[in-house]
Design a protein around this ligand. Sequence first.
Ligand SMILES: NC(=O)c1ccc[n+]([C@@H]2O[C@H](COP(=O)([O-])OP(=O)(O)OC[C@H]3O[C@@H](n4cnc5c(N)ncnc54)[C@H](O)[C@@H]3O)[C@@H](O)[C@H]2O)c1
Length: 371
Amino acid sequence: MIISVPKEIKNNENRVALTPAGVKELVKRGHEVHVQQTAGEGSGFSDDLYVQAGAIMEPTIEAAYAAGEMIMKVKEPIEPEYGLIKEDQLVFTYFHFASSEPLTNAMIKSKSICLAYETVEKADRSLPLLIPMSEVAGRMSIQEGAKYLEKPLKGRGILLGGVPGVRPAKVLILGGGIVGTNAAKMAAGLGADVTIMDVNLGRLRYLDDIMAANVNTMMSNEYNIREMIKTHDLIVGAVLIPGAKAPKLVTRDMLKDMREGTVLVDVAVDQGGCIETCEPTTHENPTFIIDDVVHYCVANMPGAVPYTSTLALTNATLPYAIELANKGWEIACRDNKELELGLNIIKGEVVYKSVADAFDLPYTNVDKFLN
Ligand SMILES: NC(=O)c1ccc[n+]([C@@H]2O[C@H](COP(=O)([O-])OP(=O)(O)OC[C@H]3O[C@@H](n4cnc5c(N)ncnc54)[C@H](O)[C@@H]3O)[C@@H](O)[C@H]2O)c1
């Protein structure tokens, strides 16, 4: 198969869909890989590394899109890319269709095959192509939180791990899923006094078993949250209810009970946020202050560490890309239910129910294309 990797053009997106190592794996299996010049630059991969791995470099985004039977990307296509996607071309990337009607309509019009990273799903209902970004964001939440606790950045001026003779900072993590667990590991490693809250008692039991001694678990409810926010220095929002907006666990009126310089990092901001006063921010201007409480609410946290994020993402996407390239999308999706669930739009027809429902579009059962 001919695979093509255009350079991402969305504002501040430095990730790339294939690393030189990924190119080599595909070329080794007899596939042809085209990469747009400088596509890997933002993640630290030069054109030379791609050429050495066997890639054919394309000078423009138009040439990159025109070359491939399968387009591999990171972010959803944006308007200037809509017209570059061709009939019957397979596009493997994050789409998040339900949040964009223009994108959904453009991909229907293109008659391409849209296989979305975010809906590839394992039998245990986990989302293997979302997990790596949650791992990155969870770990980063503590790095950023620790930074904004510094006095010059308007924080409480407390060191996360303390020092001998001085107590460490207190970190409260709302939600003990992938983000919350990774945040807890980082905070615990730095020596902070950590509490994870979740509504799933089974999850709390598991975390209690595996976490370090400086991590405690607590049932998440309004009473407990109101008590805990009074004494905690860094509060991380990491709640997810699949398919729904995050519940507002920290409300506006609670800010007055927090100490001056408390830092809130709402990682769940991309799903509406679980802290009422959080509004999405960017890496250029990541924080704002309300009632002397620092709010960090960057919606695409992994974007700040493209080297790590690219490697983490491509570790997860490459096995699926190889399967798609080896078999073609129809046989690969028939053989592998995880990939089949990634199919959102095929040749102008919406085959993912919640995308059809989001915009009142006709829904076609995917079996029509796979049998
Ligand atoms: N900002 C970013 O850059 C970024 C990056 C990656 C992920 N995220 C977001 O982070 C959020 C968490 O993702 P995840 O992968 O950890 O999800 P996850 O499903 O692994 O974990 C969510 C956890 O929240 C818990 N939960 C549900 N209701 C709760 C409540 N009322 N109180 C406490 N816990 C509750 C669940 O039981 C679950 O354990 C999502 O909204 C995700 O989109 C943001």
